[in-house]
Design a protein around this ligand. Structure first.
Ligand code: F6P
Ligand code: MN
Length: 326
């Protein structure tokens, strides 16, 4: 991993994309997402914390901020001239932008992940998944890029176009400049971020967690998927999981908006992401709002989760069926 701390010239996001031979349209798209995030961070810092009076498809109450962040991103992508279709965690259906797929991209996004943490002033983020052409219902392995923006004490942007994972920080001029290039994960870590209630864990997951704890790993869970993944990436180690639970076999997190893009970034950093049996990036989504269990982070830790799930749950009907409910 190279640090770009005290270089004479700050490399901004656009220049970095150009230097990595990213084509003009994709460069434009990623820069538009970065632009949108500047308005989102402003809304988070100053906006209304109230509920919007509406619910999303999952029955979760939408906050004013969810709706606003969604509008900001949607408008930006709509006007970008490089988007064919877009889909947000906050919308019920795919929004067609242009019937012409050539040279265009389709984008799935979670505009404000973890938004219920804003009122207690914890970190939240935006997650974006990008496919070439018109089709959004594709295995994550076909993504051409994934991006997240983390709104914490500082605002940072992490992206990959399949050529490593790179972190940028927002400076005083609200420009994103390079902080770290080619971030990599250790094969095994010493921290864990466990989602879901422990008393609902299935036997394999419970045995896996006990094994981790016997090894002396430390618990580091913020309740926000973006900061929790960012912690693993930047500490270079650890595992996050939001497993299948008793009576909730699909877990909680959404394949298209949350898991595929994060799995793409973590694999690019040399880590792994699994639903407990197979790589997240190989899952073929059958519907837009599909959920999946997830184990994501250091390769050996993810393999250990798979091993325990196989050992304790295979043939016992505990692991989720692939067909998901929204
Ligand atoms: O969008 C889902 C989310 O808010 C994630 O950011 C986070 O990882 C997860 O839900 C937390 O869920 P829970 O509140 O069940 O721990
Ligand atoms: Mn979310």
């Amino acid at each position: 991993m190279s640090r770009a701390g005290k270089t004479k010239f700050q490399i901004d996001l656009r220049r970095h994309l150009r230097e990595h031979y990213v084509n003009e349209n994709l460069t434009h798209l990623i820069c538009e997402i970065a632009e949108a995030s500047k308005y989102i961070i402003h809304s988070i810092s100053t906006g209304d914390l109230g509920v919007a009076g509406t619910s999303n498809l999952y029955g979760e109450k939408q906050l004013e901020l969810d709706v606003l962040a969604d509008r900001i991103l949607r408008k930006r992508l709509d006007h970008s001239r490089v988007v064919a279709n877009m889909m947000s965690e906050e919308m019920d259906e795919i929004i067609p932008v242009s019937p012409d797929c050539d040279g265009k991209y389709s984008v799935a996004f979670d505009p404000l992940d973890g938004s219920s943490l804003v009122d207690v002033n914890l970190a939240v983020g935006t997650i974006v998944s990008i496919f070439e052409g018109c089709d959004l219902l594709q295995p994550g392995r076909r993504q051409v890029a994934a991006v997240y923006v983390l709104y914490g004490p500082r605002t940072t942007l992490v992206y990959s176009v399949g050529k490593g994972v790179h972190e940028f920080g927002m400076n005083m001029l609200r420009e994103y400049t390079l902080l770290q290039e080619n971030i990599t994960l250790e094969p095994q870590g010493s921290l864990y971020s466990p989602g879901g209630q422990r008393n609902l864990y299935t036997p394999g997951v419970e045995a896996f967690v006990t094994k981790l704890e016997d090894r002396g790993v430390k618990l580091r869970y913020s309740g926000g998927f973006v900061p929790d993944i960012n912690q693993i990436l930047l500490k270079g180690q650890g595992i996050f999981f939001y497993p299948h639970l008793k009576k909730q076999p699909q877990g909680k997190l959404r394949l298209l908006f949350e898991l595929s893009p994060m799995a793409f970034l973590i694999e690019q950093a040399g880590g792994a992401a699994s639903d407990g049996r197979q790589p997240i990036l190989d899952l073929q989504p059958t519907q837009i709002h599909e959920r999946s269990p997830v184990f994501i982070g250091c390769k050996k830790d993810v393999a250990l989760a798979e091993e325990y799930i196989r050992k304790f749950e295979d043939g016992k009907g505990e692991v989720a069926e692939k067909k998901a409910k929204p």
